[in-house]
Structure formats: C-alpha cells, structure tokens
Ligand binder design. Structure first.
Ligand code: AMP
Length: 420
C-alpha cells in the first residue's frame, strides 16, 4: 500500500474559502505602501547563510535555533529566509539603488521560514508583507510607516490592535546602557541559559515572559531613561508626528524585538484575541544594518506584518470575508453538440469580462440546474438540441425564474448589457 502525505509539521495549506481572507489581508497590507511611493521588490527565498547570520544577528534565537540551513550541490551554505529586511538591504546595495534618490522605498510579500515550536499563530512557514524605507533618518518616515500599518489594520476592520512603541537608542547611548543593564541582571537569580543571554543579548532578558524572571525585573534600568539627546529628540518627533496623524500608541520601554539590527524607533502591533502569540506585526529603525552587511551607512526604517496572525485576529473578532468565487453567468449545455458549441461562447464571455462558468461532465438538466444555483450566478444560459438548431439559447434569470430565448449571436452583448 502506498503511504499518504500531509503538510510538513508547522505548516498548513491555504484552501478556499479561508484562503480568501489571506488574500484580503495581503491586499490590505500592500495597498498603503503602493499609495505612498513604495516599489515592489522580490528577493530569493534562500540567501547566503552568512548574510542571514550577519543581518539578523548571531545572538538572536532566529539564527541560533530557527534557521533552515542546507548545503547545496555546489557546496554553498544557504538558508531559507527567516525575514526579509537583510535580503532587501542586500538587494538594494547589490543593484546600487542607494546611489539614486533617497529614501529608497520598497515593499514585499512572501513566505518565511523559522524552525519554531509550532502552536496557534506560530508556524514554521508563514507569510509576511513588509515595507522598508532606506537611506534617511527623517522621523516622518518612521511615522509614515507606523501610520500605514495602523491604517491597514483599520481597513481590515480590526478594532483590537494596540501599538507598542519604544526607542532602542543607537551606538552612542546603547553600549553604556547595555553595561548598566548587565550589571543589574547579574545580580539576579537566573538560570544558566538566561545568564548566557545576559552576556550576549541582555536587552532580550527584559522581554522575558516567565513570571519568575519578570518579578525580578522591577527596577531594571530602562533605555528610555538613558537615551542620548539625538535619540531622545528623534523619538519625541516620532511621537509628536503620530499624535498629529491620530495614531494612538502606548510607550513600552521594555519592548525589544527578536532581531539584533534595530536602533531607535521600534514598534509592535499586538492583538489581545490571540493568546501567547499576540504580535501581529512590527518593525523599526535599523540604521546600522547596511554597514553590518558590508554596505555604506544607510539609516533605514521598516515593518513586517504577519498575514497568518492577522487572519487569526480577524477570526477572533468575527470579521467574515465572503469572497467565494461567484460567476455572473452559468452555462448549461444539454448534450455533446451543445457542449461543443458553448465552449467558445464561454471564452467570448470571459474575454468580454463577464465572469462565467459552465457545467462539466455531461450532467442532466436537473443536476446542471442545481450546479447553476449553487454557483451563485445571476443568469443561466441553457442550450438544448432544439435551441442549437434555432441558433438560440434560453437565458434564465435565476432569481426571478424568468426565461427568454436569445439569439446566440446576441448573447454576449445581451448579457453584458444586463450585467452593467
Ligand atoms: P518579525 O519578523 O519577527 O518581526 O515578525 C513580524 C511578524 O511576523 C510578527 O508580528 C508575526 O505576526 C509574524 N510572524 C513572525 N514569526 C512567525 C511565525 N513563526 N508564525 C507566524 N507568524 C509569524
């Protein structure tokens, strides 16, 4: 007996009707960047492993535990992309986009891969839409991006998204703060793993969700109190612009994201209907990433919004998307000759922009009419042998039941007129 297959652990298939919600979310996320001058970028699904390590950060969970890395037949080490920012910056540098007008504004949509412990809202293959503005420190870009994301959630009808905002400082103020934080954390009662993290990535410890760690973190020094004047000014400007834009947010001085490249502005959108995996999207500034991967200094800001979790958030709020494929016209040929004759008519209808489908497989009138009803079409075009001899079709209004004979030659025009 041959074995049967299922989708790999931590992955799932998108199938109708639920797949319509995914498309809706992707479209909503992409709509804003398109209106704001962002061009579409698509990079390979795998990258040089070294780029991912340097771009995302050696000390991150993503790089230490979650990459899908393999050696190809040519002996190169490649990694399935766990996120896109490093790739987008790599592509911009490779093609010299940064030598043109700045900022370079780009958006993307695609699949990402992380070897995580699967649970609701956390998958090994997931989908993000992102936007990046490369080559400017202007706080109005930070505010623009945050607004675009907030607007996308609003358009989708989501009322339960909260925006958390923080500044992670820069190489001027962060090292001194990092040291101060390490001193504080080394005085706590922590397990070996967490102690290790204090050495390599102490800011992540602030974000620890475990109660036994959390209760010890009261009184930890916060970066918000140790920002240098330039970072403070930048953060104040972002906040003032968000207020002007009517975007509400909560200052969250403990917000640290799971990627090393962030500087200054960082933000996360969370939804309370999702349980543990509450982040539906996030982003921030990454002023040092370009130089980290061998490029010139290119201060940049961006976000990446999770499609899968946003769909879950819509479900949690009971937002229904009814995008079942519906055709305006359903063709019912009775008999082989009629079927043969109607195939090109169907093509003409579709060329004319009339959404149309037909019954396949030579079903009888009863079964065919049932299929027509189920299709949700407004009109059925029924063609029997006698109709064929008279070069006519029976055009039936499926709502009223009214039926008239129409010359086949006039059918497309007639339907187009009725449907507009
Ligand atoms: P990140 O790239 O980690 O900043 O994540 C941005 C967004 O992508 C998150 O807010 C999530 O909505 C989504 N996301 C990240 N990792 C996963 C995952 N493993 N499964 C599903 N969605 C994810």
């Amino acid at each position: 007996m041959s074995r049967s297959f299922t989708a790999p652990k931590g992955t799932f298939d998108l199938i109708p009707p639920e797949s319509a919600t995914f498309l809706r979310v992707r479209d909503a996320f992409a709509a804003g960047p398109k209106l704001a001058g962002y061009g579409y970028v698509e990079t390979p699904i795998f990258e040089d492993t070294a780029l991912i390590h340097r771009g995302v950060g050696e000390s991150t969970d993503i790089v230490t535990k979650e990459t899908y890395t393999f050696t190809d037949r040519g002996g190169r080490s490649l990694t399935l992309r766990p996120e896109a920012t490093a790739s987008v910056v790599r592509a911009a540098l490779e093609h010299g986009l940064h030598r043109g007008q700045l900022p370079v504004k780009l958006w993307y949509s695609g699949s990402f891969f992380r070897y995580e412990r699967p649970q609701s809202g956390r998958y090994r293959h997931f989908s993000q839409v992102g936007a990046e503005a490369l080559g400017a420190t202007d706080a109005s870009l930070d505010a623009e991006l945050v607004w675009l994301a907030a607007e996308a959630y609003r358009r989708l009808g989501l009322g339960g998204c909260r925006l958390l905002l923080n500044s992670l400082g820069d190489p001027q103020c962060r090292p001194a703060y990092r040291q101060r934080l390490q001193e504080f954390l080394r005085g706590l009662d922590l397990d070996d793993d967490t102690r290790g993290r204090v050495d390599i990535n102490p800011l992540r410890v602030l974000d620890d969700k475990r109660a036994e760690v959390r209760k010890q973190l009261h009184g930890a020094p916060l970066l918000a109190d140790h920002l240098c004047a330039e970072c403070q000014e930048h953060y104040d400007e972002v906040r003032a612009l968000l207020a002007d834009l009517g975007v509400s947010y909560v200052d969250d001085p403990r917000l640290v994201r799971g990627l090393d490249y962030y500087t200054r502005t960082t933000f996360e959108f969370v939804h309370d209907g999702l349980g543990a995996q509450s982040a539906v999207g996030g982003g921030g500034r990454y002023d040092g990433l370009s130089s980290d991967i061998g490029g010139p200094s290119l201060p940049s800001v961006g976000w990446s919004l999770g499609v899968d979790r946003t769909v879950l958030a819509m479900r949690a709020e009971g937002i229904a998307v009814d995008d079942a494929p519906r055709c305006a016209v359903f063709v019912v040929p009775l008999g082989d000759d009629a079927h043969r004759r109607m195939v090109p008519v169907l093509a003409t209808l579709r060329t004319a922009g009339v959404s149309s489908d037909m019954v396949y497989g030579g079903r009888g009138l009863k079964g065919a009419m049932k299929a027509a009803d189920r299709s949700g079409a407004r009109y059925a075009v029924i063609v029997g042998e006698r109709d064929l001899r008279g070069d006519v079709a029976q055009l039936k209004d499926l709502a009223s039941g009214e039926q008239v004979a129409v010359p086949l030659a006039d059918l497309v025009d007639n339907l187009q007129e009725k449907l507009t």
